[in-house]
Write a protein that binds this ligand. Structure first.
Ligand SMILES: Nc1ncnc2c1ncn2[C@@H]1O[C@H](COP(=O)(O)OP(=O)(O)O)[C@@H](O)[C@H]1O
Ligand SMILES: [Mg+2]
Length: 236
């Protein structure tokens, strides 16, 4: 299930009417790595992820996952290629149970011998305990775990997360981030968006700073620290 394909994004542009939200972004996620995109509110982070994942159409540019050309492909085709999005704000379905939410992605599921539900319940035991409860009754942290679990159910090679820490208490953020490390250790690549660069740098192998729809800096967390991007509180 784990893959050896890189995600390669070139010259990606996307807009809302006359607003150019991303203006020619180049980005790479090396197979097996954790890449973080950081930047202030409105920098274009969600637009970038949504365009990569087929939720939004690009104006220009290309997205490749290994040999698969995902440019302009539908969200379902992107998922089928092995790239699963955990969207901003989780988007779980409140009146369905935890288990029903996990099974929502069935249509986009890829073939695999792995029993993913068992693994999701190992990663997040609380979801197993609550599998018959309505998703709307879960806490914010549990809903985030469910959103991650739902993405994993498609058997991705790359999981893409849009601000997974948003609105969560620090100890819950720690739990979610621990799960990301386990997911990555199992061979799944991770592309992560956060406003909090220090948090993102705690797990990232490589980082991109997005500013007004463009990559303003990139490097390892160490590189960026040396450049004072993180340590000066640039992002706060
Ligand atoms: N649905 C939308 N309609 C119009 N403009 C939007 C919409 N969504 C985002 N934008 C604009 O696009 C830019 C990038 O937004 P977004 O990608 O959501 O940034 P981020 O995720 O980094 O906060 C911002 O200027 C934002 O106002
Ligand atoms: Mg966003």
């Amino acid at each position: 299930m784990s893959g050896n394909r890189a995600l390669v994004v070139k010259g990606l542009k996307a807009s809302y009417g006359s607003i150019q939200a991303i203006r020619g972004v180049d980005l790479k996620v090396v197979a097996g790595s954790v890449v973080a995109v950081v930047g202030r509110n409105g920098a274009g982070k969600s637009t970038l992820l949504n365009t990569i994942c087929g939720v939004m159409k690009s104006d220009e540019g290309s997205v490749h996952f290994g040999d698969d050309d995902l440019s302009g492909k539908s969200a379902q085709k992107v998922t089928r290629s092995g790239v699963a999005l955990v969207p901003e704000g989780r988007r779980i379905i409140a009146p369905l149970t935890v288990r029903e939410n996990l099974n929502l992605s069935k249509a986009a599921r890829r073939k695999s011998d792995r029993d993913m539900e068992t693994w999701v319940f190992e990663l997040f035991p609380i979801l197993k305990d609550r599998s018959k409860q309505y998703a709307g009754s879960l806490s914010g942290g549990e809903q985030q775990m469910l959103a991650i679990g739902r993405a994993l159910m498609t058997h991705p090679e790359l999981i893409v997360l849009d601000e997974p820490s948003m609105g969560l208490a620090p100890f819950v953020v720690d739990k979610v981030y621990e799960s990301l490390i386990s997911i990555n250790n199992s061979g799944i690549s991770v592309l992560l968006v956060e406003q909090d660069a220090i948090l993102a740098s705690s797990v990232a192998d490589y980082m991109f700073l997005l500013q007004q729809g463009e990559v303003a800096a990139q490097g390892t967390p160490d590189d960026l620290n040396k450049n004072d991007f993180i340590s000066t509180g640039y992002f706060s």
